[in-house]
Design a protein around this ligand. Structure first.
Ligand code: PAF
Length: 281
């Protein structure tokens, strides 16, 4: 497995791959790999023998006061996992190369980045969009793999691909969950044992909504109030938002008429977790 730290060395490696060779598949990550990331790598490996992973804790998607400094960086362990899964190359760029002095260009996806998680993290998606577009240019993948847990991120990246005519297929893989339903996330490790016990309420509240929809409920206010009620049953949970939105433009829906995204974010202690599910009438 090639572990490449400089952008020029990566470009050289990329140029050495023939156009007729295996499709290039990209799995962008911030490292601290968990079962969710590994499922993306496995999906990419099923599709191609030429999988590139990137590991970059992207500073521009963290706001001041968020967890950029303490974000886990177990690089050696991550590289071993990627090698075991048959990844061909790992790009581990330095922040000073990704964002050299004088870097001014940002990718702004009008509207989408300011909804849902963007309300409490207004600069987050601009940082994500910019780094993902840079990775797409560096790696030139045929397909890139993202997790459904970060639904808003995938929707935003699909929009960039469409709006900027990029020749990249955005593959979204199902959320991987712990046995009790908690979506796996690098941030779960911040939870205290008591908070970890409380955390599956996020999944349970989504499940409650799915059951109500299966029973015929279509009114968004009723579904949203019910989810809030489920979450409220755990004293340690502070809801950031619960929303039922259209899966393309993330506009709120009043009534469940077509496939819609039920998304939520909540703080458990100081840790902010997100989760979502599709609701299909
Ligand atoms: O989902 C993530 O881990 C990050 O947002 C991504 C896509 C690697 C961009 O930094």
């Amino acid at each position: 497995m090639d572990v490449v730290r400089s952008l020029e060395a990566f470009r050289r490696l990329r140029r050495s791959w023939p156009d007729q060779g295996p499709e290039v598949c990209l799995v962008p990550t911030m490292g601290a790999l968990h079962a969710g990331h590994l499922s993306l790598v496995e999906a990419a490996r099923k599709r191609s023998d030429r999988v590139v992973a990137s590991i970059f804790v992207n500073p521009t998607q963290f706001a001041p006061g968020e967890d950029f400094e303490r974000y886990p960086r177990p690089l050696d362990r991550d590289l071993k996992e990627l090698e075991r899964l048959g990844v061909g190359a790992v790009l581990v760029p330095e922040a000073c190369e990704m964002y050299p002095a004088g870097h001014r260009t940002q990718v702004l996806v009008e509207g989408l980045g300011r909804k849902l998680c963007g309300l409490s993290r207004p600069t987050h998606f601009q940082g994500v969009a910019t780094v993902v577009l840079k990775l797409f240019h560096l790696v030139r993948p045929r397909a890139a793999f993202f997790g459904q847990k970060d639904a808003q991120q995938s929707i935003l990246i699909r929009r960039i691909v469409r709006d900027l005519d990029l020749d990249v297929e955005v593959v979204v893989c199902p959320t991987v969950r712990e046995q009790d339903g908690l979506a796996v996330s690098s941030r779960n490790r911040y939870l205290s044992p008591e908070e970890r016990k409380a955390a599956p309420v996020l999944f349970r509240s989504l499940q409650w909504a799915r059951r109500e929809v299966a029973r015929g409920e279509r009114r968004a206010p009723v579904l949203l109030a019910g989810v809030q009620r489920c979450l409220g049953a755990e004293a340690r949970v502070r809801v950031d938002y619960v929303a039922l939105v259209d899966p393309v433009d993330l506009e709120p829906v009043d009534r469940l008429e077509g496939k819609s995204l039920l998304a939520l974010a909540a703080f458990i202690g100081t840790t902010r977790l997100i989760d979502n599910t599709w609701l299909i009438p």
